[in-house]
Design a protein around this ligand. Structure first.
Ligand SMILES: Cc1cc2nc3c(=O)[nH]c(=O)nc-3n(C[C@H](O)[C@H](O)[C@H](O)COP(=O)(O)OP(=O)(O)OC[C@H]3O[C@@H](n4cnc5c(N)ncnc54)[C@H](O)[C@@H]3O)c2cc1C
Length: 811
């Protein structure tokens, strides 16, 4: 065994084998994999191993396409061919129009990744899969590339290729400890000796938290028991003369694929069970949980009704094994929060289909610092402090129970709520607030007009449309108050804070006390990494000279990792998170100044406190830090208040607002208004796949600055010209917004992808942002949007259609 290597991958299931192989593909060959038993002896060996191309976003579709292409290549390798049935096709069934609308959206989104799904009717489903009944069926989504693979052969093939490239694999070598050194390198302690390395990767499947504990972290991953059975031969399958397509059924929560001349049928029962929450028997190796078909009776009935042939055939094997889930159903692939040189590829619930792609994206991140797609949907840092073992267990159960039921826009499922609240949460609930979940925080989405107000889950505009319209009107014409909790905020102190920030941001960094500036952070490839406001606060009884760094609610761990890893040893810079200590109350609208002045001493006139200023004060008796910034495009104040004083500040503002008829508003109204102003959302419109020029942030880049992170790469990219450009669109459709990921077409060719869409109530327009090919980025250009299967025209318009001269914000 080597005593030193560059990367140690721990775990030899599909996740570890794929990572090892892809590291060698990226050019790192001094890498090893250590496995406590034999390869695939965790979950991988008994997987049903279906390989679909379906994903809820473009990153997932792209990585699955990579898996499929790689697996095809491996299957055809004459030296070591493996069994892979690709192209059997698969159908996701639907029994509601809303599901069909969702499938049409996913087909539109996948087309942008050159993946071609088909939405088909019930009769066509039955024609393609002769064993299913069309009872209570509307149709389904056809994935032509669906199939299944031999899991053990796949892992062996990947390990074999990695070995050929120089990697080493140590089997029967349990990792028993991890030590990180001062220089951020690691020693991996195994039962057979130590291996020093630069980087460790946790790919330990359901044992993820045993190895996590060795480095002092808990990963939000829980295992569920999951069962399938194999039937005896079914004559109709034998006679069909072709392989049966796969079925995934959200109506009865089961899946099914051909296995020899019978079927493999798997279940997602409501009466499901977590597994290993209190520790895992060290001898659970190549093992299964006891069969428990009684648990799946409810689902079985539905499966029998859909596929009557199942009632007439015997079962010859039952497989019940642990399968891992995370809080939102997507795996955790990327850097481990708060650790240096440590990565994970865990929480894979469809690891055979996805593993090829996840290993590919992880290897790119390890070697190049970033992958070809924006990987935020997989980033382990997307969950923060709330992601504990109990919450993970509850969300895993909920996700398992809804395995094939995709999330609708604005859908926030109930398990594990509320996780993060402020003192105002119950107060706002009593005011009729409907909440959405943002990184665990309960954030007001809108205020219900009546206690029994209800709305449909839909890809179209629904009953909430008019509610948002009236909240926007109140903000536009009068004054509104909105709680923005969980907003990420760091306090940055130290003599070198501005020099440090100047290096991190690609544009001008405001240094003047009392001033606020907006800026962008790039990665080392010159692509957009982050967005933050910087507010300069002078020394006071609340603290020393400091900068408040504010960014999106989910970015706390991500931004902290990025900033802290760039502080030089000799720099006087300290970064402290205030995210969980402070909450923002946004006061917005033409009467906002009068309301603030009525409850906070001081001169709030435009001359004394213009746009982009910051000041400490009291709102009523609550200590507050007020910034004159606006995401709505109206005169607005962000009032930052410590949580202990939040209710006091709220009461003061509500009282002062009484004379003006102040109304509460929520995030849905904010989203509509920001679209009208050309303001962008991190990880919706601000992605690592595009540089700031492509994103329309030219004015935030200052090449004349000495140096900043990503500058050299950006200079090169800028010289080459854009691949895509972000544009604002008017959508010729009244009944539905453009959804993120939807494709823009011209003569049947995909020419762009939507990033955000919403109705602009003040301008009376359906608006969207999209990245389009540069030749379509001109004002007036027209394209066709595939909006859930409908073809509608969209037109490029000037950014910021509402108050383009920013008069209202500055007034
Ligand atoms: C019944 C069932 C059906 C499934 N069907 C499908 C399907 O149809 N399609 C699909 O895509 N997915 C399916 N899955 C899920 C899929 O099998 C998993 O996502 C995948 O196998 C997970 O692979 P992994 O590498 O993450 O974990 P594992 O396969 O569990 O590998 C982890 C490895 O880490 C090793 N390890 C743990 N601790 C240590 C240590 N301390 N030192 C060294 N090594 C260690 C383990 O021994 C193990 O080999 C199914 C799962 C189940 C249970």
């Amino acid at each position: 065994m080597k005593s030193r290597t560059k990367v140690v991958v721990i775990g030899g299931g599909i996740a570890g084998c794929s990572t090892l192989y892809h590291l060698t593909q990226e050019g790192w060959t001094d890498v090893v994999l250590v496995e406590r038993n034999e390869l695939t002896s965790g979950t991988t060996w008994h997987s049903a191993a279906q390989v679909t191309n379906f994903g809820a976003n473009q990153t997932m579709v792209g990585l699955k396409t990579h898996s499929i292409n790689l697996y095809k290549e491996l299957a055809n390798d004459p030296e070591y061919p493996i069994n892979y049935h690709h192209g059997d096709g698969g159908i996701r069934l639907a029994n509601t129009e809303a599901q069909m609308q969702g499938y049409r959206h996913f087909a539109s989104m996948a087309r942008g990744m050159d993946v071609h799904f088909e939405v088909i009717g019930a009769q066509e489903c039955a024609r393609r899969h002769p064993l299913i009944s069309t009872e209570n069926l509307i149709g389904g989504l056809w994935d032509p590339l669906d199939g299944d693979i031999d899991p053990a052969q796949l892992c062996q093939a990947l390990a074999r290729r990695a070995r050929k490239a120089g990697a080493e694999v140590y089997r029967n070598t349990p990792v028993v400890g991890l030590t990180q050194h001062k220089d951020d390198t690691w020693t991996v302690h195994t039962e057979h000796g130590d291996i020093d390395c630069d980087i460790v990767v946790n790919a330990c499947g359901y044992r993820v938290n045993e190895v996590g504990a060795m480095m002092g972290v808990h990963h939000p991953v829980a295992a569920m028991e999951h069962q399938y059975f194999l039937t005896e031969e079914i004559p109709a399958i034998k006679e069909a003369g072709h392989r049966m397509p796969l079925i995934r059924c959200p109506i009865s929560d089961y899946y099914c694929r051909q296995e020899k001349n019978g079927l493999l049928v798997g279940f997602y029962e409501q009466d499901c069970k977590t597994w290993g929450m209190d520790g895992i028997d060290p001898n659970f190796v190549n093992a299964l949980c006891p069969d428990d078909l009684d648990r799946v009776t409810d689902v079985l009935e539905g499966a029998f009704a859909r596929m009557p042939a199942l009632m007439e055939v015997g079962i010859h094997t039952v497989v019940n094994g642990p399968i891992t889930y995370t809080i939102d159903g997507a795996p955790l692939v990327g850097p481990i929060p708060g650790k240096r040189n440590a990565f994970c590829i865990i929480g894979l619930r469809a690891g055979l289909g996805e593993g090829g792609g996840h290993g590919w994206l992880l290897a790119q991140q390890i070697v190049h610092g970033e992958a070809c797609y924006d990987t935020w949907v997989l980033d382990p840092r997307r969950f923060t402090g709330h992601a504990n073992v109990e919450l993970t267990g509850l969300k895993a159960i909920e996700d398992y129970q809804n395995e094939f039921r995709f999330h609708f826009p604005h859908e926030h499922r109930p398990a594990g709520r509320p996780a993060k609240t402020t003192p105002l949460t119950p107060v706002l609930a009593a005011e009729g607030a409907e909440f959405a979940v943002v990184n665990g925080w309960e954030r007001v989405d809108f205020i219900k007009p009546a206690s029994d107000f209800d709305h449909a889950l839909s890809f179209s505009f629904d009953e909430v449309f008019d509610v948002v319209a009236s909240e926007v009107k109140a903000v536009q014409e009068n004054v509104g108050l909105c709680e923005v909790n969980g907003f990420n905020r760091f306090e940055i102190t130290g003599e070198d804070r501005h020099a440090f920030l100047n290096r991190m941001f690609c544009g001008t960094v405001t240094r003047r006390n009392g001033r606020v500036g907006l800026g962008y952070l790039l990665n080392h490839h010159g692509m957009v990494k982050g967005e933050a406001t910087l507010a300069n606060l002078p020394a006071s009884d609340r603290g020393p000279d400091r900068v408040w760094y504010g960014s999106a609610a989910a970015s706390e761990y991500h931004d902290m990792d990025w900033l802290s890893s760039h502080v030089h040893d000799d720099e006087d810079v300290n970064i402290r998170s205030l995210t969980n200590e402070q909450t923002i109350l946004v006061l917005a609208g033409p009467n906002a100044r009068d309301v603030l002045a009525a409850c906070a001493r001081g001169d709030w006139s435009n001359d004394a406190f213009p746009w982009l200023c910051v000041r400490e004060c009291f709102v009523g008796i609550a200590p507050a830090t007020v910034m004159r910034v606006s995401f709505s495009g109206e005169l607005a104040y962000e009032i930052h208040v410590p949580n202990a004083s939040l209710y006091a500040a709220y009461l003061a503002l509500r009282k002062a607002g009484e004379a003006f008829g102040l109304r509460l508003f929520g995030a849905r109204a904010v989203d509509s208004m920001r679209m009208e102003k050309g303001f962008l959302h991190w990880k919706a419109d601000l992605l690592t796949e595009f540089n700031p020029f492509e994103t329309g942030l030219d004015r935030f880049v200052k090449f004349e600055k000495n140096d900043f992170v990503g500058k050299d790469a950006l200079v090169d990219r800028h010289a080459k010209g854009p691949n895509r450009k972000l544009v604002t669109l008017r959508v010729d459709c009244e009944h539905a917004p453009a959804h993120s990921g939807a494709s823009l077409m011209e003569n049947g060719r995909v020419v762009g992808t939507i990033t955000s869409g919403d109705w602009g109530h003040r301008v009376g327009m359906n608006l969207a942002y999209a990245f389009v090919l540069p030749e379509f980025a001109k004002e007036g250009a027209t394209m066709e949007l595939d909006l859930c299967g409908d073809r509608v025209n969209v037109h490029v318009i000037a950014p910021s259609p509402y108050d383009p001269d920013f008069v209202r914000i500055r007034s």
